[in-house]
Ligand binder design. Structure first.
Ligand SMILES: O=c1[nH]cnc2c1ncn2[C@@H]1O[C@H](CO)[C@@H](O)[C@H]1O
Ligand SMILES: [Zn+2]
Length: 434
């Protein structure tokens, strides 16, 4: 007997080797998808009727700072350097482990409700984040954000903290958690420090998550300091590889794109954050045309201001169209791939497709809504019309985390209340220091 059978749904497989099924069945056992078919004789403990819904792989949010939900709407409409240096970093000084715990719980709740099954996070107090992910049931690739600022002693402490997190958490929660090294960016970490991180990551068999060329200011600073851009500098120290997840990658030359592609670097595109902070437009279509693995991320809630992947998909598609002045650029199907298949590849998880043997990381999207009718093309609706609140069921690793709009893995109201209280207390401490 199987654990879960989902029936009567439109199965959007995202599997290049399998067609979608108009009225199909997904069978789940021991955390895996064991069958994808038109009909089954199999029985299960739980049978989910997905009538009028789309059954699809859940989203992978490949760049976020989950704990930053506490700063949602705290400092908007500012330039990135002003926003980060004068508002966010001074507030982050006051952050405690329990703040990050509460903020990350809120983030996980929001992600489960909006169909995200896995996320890549870079933040502080990562033990707290690990605990939250472990109990929430989600998957995550977590990293302690190391900021060295050309201070050798600080660099040693940061690397030590990064390493102890990796050693403790990599592979935890039945493999749902992986731990990465998270050097913040090439303009906040020295070349020497980044070389040490690269070496350590290889030694520990851990991946690397880093911001790359998010701003033109970074490009200018790098040129001044090293006579070359971040991508060339990182390439010169053999930093790149398929185990690197580079967020943003906006200010790229054609040569930089070739370097990223040839080294199989995973590129996390964050269109909403990039637009909100006016960071620029990443050359996504050019990267995809080269065969680079480009996935999607929301960035933190202080620069988005939510963790919804539907909104991110739509923004990605529209931004490429207006940037290239080509309405055919980045079509719906390709954006969906970025949000599922490519994200799973970046995090090296067996998810992102509804396929036999893959992780049972499945969402059910309710299409019986005013804004989703009539229905001609499923990918079109998912990218251009659907929203976070259309997800009715979220399953991760074969466990139902949200069942027909009801979150079952945590007490929703309690999570919201605790995050609200933590934020109020945090901001009053920040204000008291002013
Ligand atoms: O868009 C961004 N660009 C650069 N840094 C960011 C952005 N969003 C958040 N952080 C910062 O990165 C660190 C993560 O450990 C935090 O300091 C966070 O505020
Ligand atoms: Zn970021």
């Amino acid at each position: 007997m199987a654990d879960i059978i989902i029936k009567n749904g439109y199965i959007l497989t995202m599997d290049p080797s399998a067609d979608n099924i108009k009225n199909g069945v997904v069978v789940i056992e021991d955390g895996r998808i064991t069958d994808v078919c038109e009909k089954t004789e199999e029985t299960a403990d739980t049978v989910i009727d997905a009538q009028g819904s789309v059954v699809m792989p859940g989203f992978v949010n490949t760049h976020t700072h989950a704990g930053m939900t506490l700063f949602r709407g705290y400092a908007d409409d500012l330039a990135l350097s002003d926003w980060l240096e004068n508002h966010i970093w001074p507030a982050e000084v006051e952050l405690t482990g329990s703040d990050v715990y509460a903020g990350t719980r809120l983030a996980c709740l929001e992600m489960i409700k909006s169909g995200t099954i896995a996320f890549a996070d870079m933040y502080f107090f990562m033990d707290e984040v690990g605990k939250v992910v472990e109990s929430s049931g989600l998957r995550a690739a977590l990293s302690y954000g190391m900021i060295e600022l050309w201070d050798e002693e600080k660099g040693k402490r940061e690397l030590k903290e990064g390493k102890s997190f990796v050693n403790e958490w990599n592979g935890k929660a039945d493999g749902r958690i992986s731990a990465m090294y998270g050097p913040h960016a090439p303009n906040t970490c020295s070349k020497e420090f980044l070389m040490k991180v690269r070496e350590q990551a290889t030694e520990d068999n851990a991946k690397i998550h880093i911001h790359v060329l998010e701003t033109e200011a970074e490009l200018n600073q790098m040129k001044e300091q090293y006579g070359m851009c971040s991508v060339n500098m990182l390439d010169s120290i053999d930093f790149f590889g398929p185990d690197v997840l580079a967020a943003h990658c906006i200010w790229l030359s054609d040569g930089d794109m070739d370097i990223l592609r040839n080294n199989n670097v995973n590129i996390s595109h964050n269109p909403v954050s990039n637009m909100k902070l006016a960071s620029g437009i990443a050359p996504v279509t050019k990267l995809l045309d080269r065969g680079a693995n480009v996935c999607l991320g929301t960035d933190g809630c202080a620069s988005n201001n939510n963790l919804g992947m539907f909104e991110e998909m739509k923004a990605a598609a529209l931004l490429q169209k207006v940037d290239t002045m080509d309405p055919m650029a980045l079509p719906a199907r390709q954006v969906l791939e970025m949000a599922t298949v490519n994200g799973a590849k970046a995090l090296d998880i067996n998810s992102g497709m509804i396929r036999k043997g893959y992780n049972a990381d499945v969402i059910i999207v309710d299409m019986n809504k005013a804004h989703l009718n009539p229905l001609y093309d499923v990918p079109s609706h998912l990218v251009y019309s659907a929203g976070s609140s259309d997800v009715r069921t979220t399953i991760v690793n074969g466990k139902v985390l949200m069942d027909d709009y009801g979150v079952v893995c945590m007490d929703e109201q309690k999570v919201i209340d605790e995050a609200r209280d933590a934020a109020a207390d945090l901001i009053s401490r920040v204000d008291a220091k002013k």
